[in-house]
Design a protein. Structure first.
Lengths: 486, 171
């Protein structure tokens, strides 16, 4: 709170040495079909009408300003507060609990080495964006606090960094997660960019530290999934004097690599960005398991250390009629694998593919008509995960009702189509990515899943369900929204 | 549909006010990127945007003053004096800009363009305006010249208004 006030004061009194900026996204989307103001579940069918409100305030303060055409030292303090809530626009109602000081770092240039910028603090770096999906696959040092050095010399932009991501990984159970990484981007002429990078993290295995990575022996994967580790142990060891097995030290590592290819600047092709990212997720910490009044921490490092994600995304921006008609085409593919889990559908065992096409025609220099169509398919590779009908079964095995089954619903594939259209005010001129934009949109979705959007329907088939169940596959919505960088 | 039809009916093209007797203008635009050691030139597209705005207001605009030579002079007063000398009686519009990058924000690359807009004529008090214009670029490879290009429509509008005010003040 005090930090926010300090930033507000800085912003109000901004002088030459202070630069204030930010980002806002706010909308009213009354949902007359029982939803919570979003057309679908997530950005796989495009970010438009699938995201909630957001606000970020960004401040740079020049302690020592750089001087043009010289290599004299300079230094800047950077702070960012951001969060996903706005009064009246979401359940958080703009509460400051939803905001955080997400970035704080100090940069210093031309110290010790010319054309090198040193950064100490939060290190997050991103090489680009799939704007239609609001996804950044070329992001590094996302959760890292440490030090980096950046060399910008002609066509080369090279960053090396190292630090600790223990607090973002483990929070109150802090344990050092040492990490190092690098990214490099090369400009080849004015029309081609190549980039790549990676980061790896090792969690310290400190003997006796309760937050260090451990694995509880003699617990099966299925018993842990079902929350029956203690129950199962007591079935085999009914005497309370038999202690639940002590955890054993384990190895926890994670990391990612990515590649980026960008080209464009020819006649109609404004720019094309292709990203490939492979990621190994960090193993999870302990989970509590209880039975008959006995509660223990089950350590699951070895149960969660084979989760990988491969993501490939592309976005093309085409200026079909300059100043009049633009197209943006996005495609995305994701493959999530969990080598430990072969029995239960989860978000770690699936693949998905999506395509989004947006066209925006400028009716005047400041008013445009937007049309977007998106198709997406998500497939669970460990069995059923969605309910297609209001009376579909819940837990099942191979589609047969089974109260002990680990599958859910009656289908392993969700296919979703969304269409969006409406007027856009662009005060700063035409363009799909011209901001600020004020939009009046209509959106429609069809999915084979019943009620494929966040909602508060009661889904139980119990005869005493006072609210009944609802089946609907079409979802309509009108949105009044604004988005701006400033 | 009714709303759309109503809005379309309300829309009309705004024609710039022109003045047949508007004085000749000599325009210079410079660009600095303080975090780079390189000397930069303002992109032609940005200069063209300002020129078009001034031309639409009825001014004849020349860009014959050497921006590089002006930028090489150490102080703002020396730059202005040199530009006035080179303008041979025309009104000078000296636009000194500087572009600074900021951290990536929500998928965009924000920049801040600082502009010192000076309108002057030999023997008269100059008029100065300082502007800070934020712009957000879509790609990481875009640099100071792209940032200035993105801010050019706003700079052009402010330049047109400043020249108009300056000449009104001279009358």
């Amino acid at each position: 709170m005090s930090a926010l006030l300090a930033l507000a004061l800085l912003g109000a009194d901004a002088e030459a040495g202070t630069r204030v900026g930010g980002y806002v996204r706010v909308m009213a989307r009354p949902d007359l079909q029982g939803g919570e103001g979003r057309l679908g579940y997530w950005n796989l069918t495009g970010r438009l009408m699938n995201e909630g409100p957001y606000a970020a305030l960004d401040v740079d303060f020049d302690v020592l300003e750089p001087e043009a055409d010289t290599l004299s030292p300079w230094t800047t303090v950077h702070m960012r507060i951001e969060g996903g809530s706005v009064g009246g626009a979401d359940p958080g109602n703009g509460s400051l609990d939803n905001f955080r000081l997400s970035q704080l770092y100090v940069t210093a240039g031309n110290v010790l080495l010319d054309e090198v910028t040193w950064k100490v603090g939060t290190l997050r770096e991103s090489m680009g964006d799939l704007g239609l999906y609001d996804m950044r696959l070329a992001t590094t040092f996302e959760n890292t606090v440490g030090m980096s050095a950046r060399l910008q010399d002609g066509p080369i932009d090279w960053i090396v960094g190292l630090g600790d991501q223990g607090y973002t990984t483990r929070s109150e159970r802090y344990n050092p997660v040492l990490t190092a990484g690098t990214t490099a981007r090369l400009r080849i002429g004015d029309h081609l960019q190549l980039g790549g990078g990676g980061q790896w993290a090792w969690e310290a295995s400190v003997e006796g530290h309760t937050g260090a990575p451990y694995q509880t022996p003699s617990v099966s994967y299925e018993n842990w999934l079902r929350g029956e580790a203690v129950q199962s142990y007591r079935a085999d060891n009914p005497i309370q004097a038999d202690r639940f097995p002590d955890p054993e030290r384990a190895d926890a590592q994670s990391g990612h690599v990515f590649g980026y290819l960008g080209f464009g600047g020819w006649s109609g092709l404004k720019w094309n960005s292709t990203f490939v990212r492979w990621e190994k997720r960090h193993p999870e910490g302990p989970k509590q398991d209880s039975w008959a009044g006995e509660t223990v921490d089950v350590h699951v490092t070895n149960f969660t250390d084979e989760r990988t994600v491969l993501t490939v995304g592309n976005e093309t921006l085409i200026d079909a009629i300059p100043g009049r008609l633009e197209f943006a085409l996005g495609t995305l593919y994701g493959l999530h694998k969990d080598g430990d889990n072969s029995i239960m559908p989860s978000e770690h065992d699936r693949w998905y593919a999506s395509a989004v096409l947006r066209a925006q025609v400028a009716l005047t220099p400041t008013l445009a008509w937007l049309t977007e169509s998106a198709i997406a398919q998500e497939v669970s590779t460990n069995g059923h995960f969605i309910r297609e009908h209001e009376d579909s079964i819940f837990a099942n095995t191979e589609g047969v009702a089974d109260s002990r089954g680990l599958e859910f619903g009656d289908a392993d594939t969700r296919t979703t189509w969304q269409g969006k259209a409406g007027l856009v005010f662009n005060p700063l001129g035409p363009g799909i990515y011209s901001r600020p934009s004020l939009r009046l949109l209509y959106g429609i979705q069809h999915s084979n899943e019943n009620n494929a959007f966040s909602n508060q329907f009661v889904t139980t088939l119990d005869q005493y369900n006072a609210f009944g169940t609802v089946e609907q596959h079409w979802h309509h919505m009108v949105a009044l929204e604004a988005e701006a960088w400033f | 549909m009714v709303l759309i039809a109503w809005m379309m009916a309300c829309m009309h093209a705004v024609q710039p006010t022109t003045s047949a007797q508007a004085p000749a203008v000599a325009m210079v635009m410079t660009l600095a990127a303080p975090e780079d050691a390189e000397t930069l030139a303002a992109p032609e597209s940005a200069k063209r945007a300002v020129q078009q705005a001034l031309t639409a207001a009825g001014h004849s605009v020349s860009q014959e003053i050497d921006a590089g030579a002006i930028q090489a002079l150490g102080t703002a007063s020396a730059q202005l004096a040199s530009a006035i000398d080179a303008a041979a009686g025309s009104t000078v519009v000296l636009i000194s800009t500087s572009a600074r990058p900021r951290g990536e924000l929500a998928g965009r690359y924000p920049w801040e363009i600082s502009v010192r807009l000076t309108v002057a004529q030999a023997g008269s008090e100059p008029m100065r305006q300082d502007l800070n214009l934020p712009v957000s670029l879509s790609h990481i490879h875009q640099g100071p010249q792209d940032a200035l290009d993105a801010a050019a429509p706003r700079i052009a509008r402010r330049a047109r208004l400043a020249v108009s005010r300056y000449h009104r003040g001279q009358q």
